[in-house]
Design a protein around this ligand. Sequence first.
Ligand SMILES: [Zn+2]
Length: 94
Amino acid sequence: MPKYMYECENCHAVHATHHSMAESREKEKCEKCEKGILFKKLSNISFSVDKQQYSETRPGAIVDSTILDLHDELQSEKEKLKNNLWKEEGLENE
Ligand SMILES: [Zn+2]
């Protein structure tokens, strides 16, 4: 089955999912934030990369960059939360 990537328009969480070409998860509600709706990302990289190209690329490089993207996102979310907490504490002390 082909693999599809969907991104949440609200929290930008990426949902990788397998389904047939006839199906679509577009416009479905995001499972992470339960607010945004999903839209299809252009991916299918794993299907379009031919074998010669792939041997020159470090295996897993595509996957790694995806994980790094998600990690960065997570970090910035954590920072935001931290800053919010500090702000609240700061207000109490004033
Ligand atoms: Zn979301």
